[in-house]
Design a binder for this molecule. Structure first.
Ligand code: SF4
Ligand code: SF4
Length: 445
């Protein structure tokens, strides 16, 4: 008899540690937990009819993998189970649309004032809920100008920390490209302030929304495009830097996991989170630390996908060096939005229940601003607490004198930091968060 070897669920000891730490399982016992939806479902035959929808309740935070003593890749097994299910049954229109954020955003960004107005109208929110299954919550507004044109308005490159031969491509991510171009601007401007040459090549969505919605073929298409473009730059001596933790996870880990190739290995080895990259400059004495005083009290939230990369503290360490910045590090919690997850009607209440501990932690700090690298975390924190949330690169740009959170940004009519953010989020037409999502219920094994 032929021996089976290397089956990814085999190392599971059934210790349930992953279940204990899973934020969805903590929020509701209706979710059977990673032990079942990960190694459990992976043991089913390829086309098994027993595959069920429970894999869809996982947010993809990857906490289960970080705590597993046997190295079981439960979160990835969940994604594979979801992919098998979608292959059998096909995606819903809503999930297909959410898996193609650039397709939607390219159309919307060209007429963003009208689209933003429409997205805020209660009637649109109600229609999106009824027709498309989108949750009644504020949707991220689209930026007024393309991130590439915003980036062109950056100041000239200068060596704040010393001469450097470093050159990077900025992989901005869909949130910065279509919703908050100032994130790409601030990240690029801070890098260039430190003598790094920055280029922004054409780029597609990283594919995480497609993977998490079970559209593996769509994610592969995105991965092929990005790997071809980024691989060519890496071959010419560039590193890849991204301000987005989920994009970073994709480039470093998910492409290798789902679409293994020599190009995926090459790009992964040369990809850095922006905070991680700036800290590497600091370690080599190449980071300028003559910061302006920035009188700002902030709470820092480390996103799940940054922790999954093993990068718990890039920007938070940088902000500690800025005179005047008082920073509290929030305890580790998932925000619950998880990309497209919390925008789904049936997941909204659960998404807010998952984020509850983080919201409480934010409120208890009493800080008027949260900084976090992840766009969806910013959206969810703002929605769950009413506290402004923004990317830490913007505060760092402020410390270098490149940006002002209180003045109109010189490079763009469309972006100017916190004010626009607050205005866009003064939304009152949606469902208010109810803390009553049941922890127990009929699905509990
Ligand atoms: S996947 Fe890992 S943490 Fe979860 S039950 Fe199995 S061995 Fe334990
Ligand atoms: S990835 Fe996160 S939400 Fe999904 S099963 Fe693992 S711990 Fe739970």
């Amino acid at each position: 008899m032929q021996e089976r070897s290397g089956f990814p669920a085999d190392p599971c000891l059934k210790c349930t540690l992953c279940d204990v730490y899973c934020p969805v399982r903590k929020a509701t016992f209706r979710f059977p937990g990673p032990k079942y939806v990960g190694p459990g479902l992976a043991r089913l035959p390829e086309k098994s009819r027993l595959l069920d929808h429970t894999a869809g309740w996982c947010t993809g935070c990857q906490v289960c993998e970080r705590v597993c003593p046997s190295g079981v890749k439960s979160a990835h097994l969940v994604l594979r189970a979801r992919g098998r299910l979608v292959e059998q049954k096909g995606p819903t229109l809503r999930d297909w649309l959410l898996s193609h954020p650039d397709w939607l955003a390219r159309a919307a960004a060209t007429v963003s004032p009208a689209v933003n107005w429409l997205l805020r109208a209660p009637v649109t929110v109600a229609l999106l809920g009824t027709i498309a299954g989108i949750a009644r919550r504020p949707l991220p507004a689209y930026g007024g100008r393309s991130y590439r044109s915003v980036f062109r308005s950056r100041p000239a490159r200068g060596a704040a920390g010393g001469e450097t031969e470093r050159k990077v491509v900025l992989y901005a991510g869909c949130y910065a490209r279509y919703h908050r171009p100032e994130i790409a601007w601030a990240t690029g401007a801070v890098l260039e302030r430190n003598g790094v040459r920055v280029e922004i090549p054409p780029q597609a969505c990283c594919g995480v929304p497609a993977l998490t919605n079970g559209l593996v073929k769509t994610a592969r298409k995105y991965a092929r495009f990005n790997l071809r473009v980024l691989g060519a730059y890496v071959g010419r001596g560039y590193d890849v830097v991204t301000p987005c933790p989920s994009c970073g996870l994709s480039l470093k880990q998910e492409y290798r996991e789902f679409f293994p190739s020599a190009e995926a290995d090459l790009v992964a080895a040369h990809t850095c989170d922006a905070g991680e990259y700036l800290m590497s400059l600091y370690s080599e004495g190449q980071l300028g630390t003559s910061f302006n005083t920035v009188s700002r009290e902030v709470a820092y939230h480390a996103p799940c996908h940054l922790r999954a990369q093993g990068v718990p503290a890039g920007f938070s360490d940088l902000l500690r060096m800025v005179p005047g910045v008082k920073i509290d590090i929030l305890p580790e919690h998932c925000c619950g939005l998880s990309g497209t997850y919390g925008f789904k009607k049936e997941k909204y209440e659960l998404s807010m229940a998952i984020g509850r501990e983080l919201f409480q932690a934010v409120r208890s700090t009493g800080k008027g601003m949260v900084v976090t690298e992840c766009g969806p975390c910013q959206v969810q924190i703002q929605h769950g607490t009413g506290v402004d949330a923004l990317h830490p690169a913007i505060v760092l740009a402020e410390a270098y004198g490149l940006w002002s959170l209180t003045e109109q940004h010189p490079g763009s009519d469309a972006v100017k930091g916190g004010e626009q953010f607050a205005e866009l989020w003064n939304y009152t037409g949606g469902t208010t968060f109810s803390s009553s999502f049941p922890r127990t219920g009929p699905g509990h094994p």
